[in-house]
Design a protein around this ligand. Sequence first.
Ligand code: NGO
Length: 546
Amino acid sequence: MSHRLHRKSRRSLIVIALAVCVLCAVGVGIGVGISRPHKDGPPSAVQRADFANILPAPVSATPTGGQFTITSATSIHASSDSAPALAVADYLATLLRPATGYALPVASADTDGAGVIRLVLTGEGDKKLDAEGYRLDISDDQITVTAAQPAGLFDAVQTLRQLLPPQSAKGSAQRGVVWSVPAGHVLDYPRFGYRAAGLDVARHFFGVADVERYIDEIALFKINYLHLHLTDDQGWRLAIDGWPKLTDVGARTEVGGGAGGFYTQDDYRKLVAYAQARYVTIIPEIDVPGHVTAALASYPALSCDGKTRSVFTGIDTGFSSLCAAKPTTYAFLDDVLRQIAALTPGPYVGIGGDEAQATSAADYAKIVDEAAADVRAAGKTPWGWQETATASVGTPSVATYWNPGLPGAAIKQAANSGTQLVLDPANHSYLDQKYDAETALGLHWAGYVEVQNAYDWDPGTYLPGVNQDAILGVEADLWTETVATTGDIDYMAFPRLPAVAELGWSPESTHNWSAFRDRLAAQGPRWSAMGIKYYHSPQVPWPAGS
Ligand code: NGO
């Protein structure tokens, strides 16, 4: 990251970051600085499961008094003719059985009745529920979950989990807990259809089980895309038929010289299926034309000099490039992108395109355009970093804004000409940036990102001059130069990931830092019950002992 860490530009980026944060805070009428904890008074302890603490904040939630209690007699029923509804019912039962110790039988039946949690799929009807919305109607007798599509039922389950006592998240039977859910009505649907978490499995490799764990964590906050950064200078992490050295050579190390690793295509299919069952769509990203040392070390013919090189184990960026003049480059791109598209049920395939300082502008445009064309030929939409907006990749396409230090004209122009825009500004939503000067893990080229920085901005107005319809949604990226274990992932993602998730899901009208930090505080005991060792930000009034 030589160029990113360039002292002068880093300083100006920090100044921009601070200015943007302050402007955002003022813009939403909150008027608080970026690092002052508890400015509005002493922290309040928030422990009770109630509607005010649902995170992300729902569209509306109305308590009616009373409560539903899960007992040994409770059963879960799903609309009789819907296999996906039944699968969500099974998922809910699997979540609740360990802590409650109850059988919680699941049945495919559209029955009313006392003691029933009923999942109803309408498949149509209320337009507002659309693809991911849901209604939750909780009475003393029964819980009814209604959604137009299965994803909505799944989202409702995430809300329901937060309405139960935190001990419900434990993995073993808890004695003496009353498993009550406050009665009332929730109506909910997302602000943006794209709410992504990004995970870099190239700088440090994370195996299937670790990624599945993260999928479960992101699903808690109704995040619906997982963007996997599968290749970089430090490792190529997915087996590609016909190019065995990409993994035989290119996957055998990582930052710091560790063992690295890779996914076979079967491993990858398993991940895709695991994510799908949680209504998370994986976006695979192959990063070209820069960030390619692992590929060049595997196949020297992909570089213009044809020299033998080793896979890189440091953390600099911007020094490697595919060779635009060689036909092998295009054969390689074609094979790789076709195979990856075939493994991808979702609409997007990533082509990277960031920080290609070792590629001329003309070569950059040639390679990026070719990669985008390959993706489209495979029936998918190319997803790229904001720099791809400088190469006329055409539409449909997605460009992800990440670096406030780069000129913004090209991405704005692309967004106003049909490119869809994802907002992932590093100074707000990069989960690899340090929280403050004391944070042991992380980088800080974009400045420190405390919880309030992660939360206090509005994706809808962040880039002035951009057509609102162009905004697809938000993303929070976890780069792993310094992140090597699932514990590290948890510490960096919690509690900032929920902040970005809420920006993507909740109506703008709910945006309020004081209320948000209370909602966040209420999650602490749940995360502890799940074994998530989160960052106890001093900005958040965590309940004692959580
Ligand atoms: C940049 C860079 C990544 C780094 C990350 C570290 C993008 C899009 N490219 O973000 O390679 O890992 O910063 O924060």
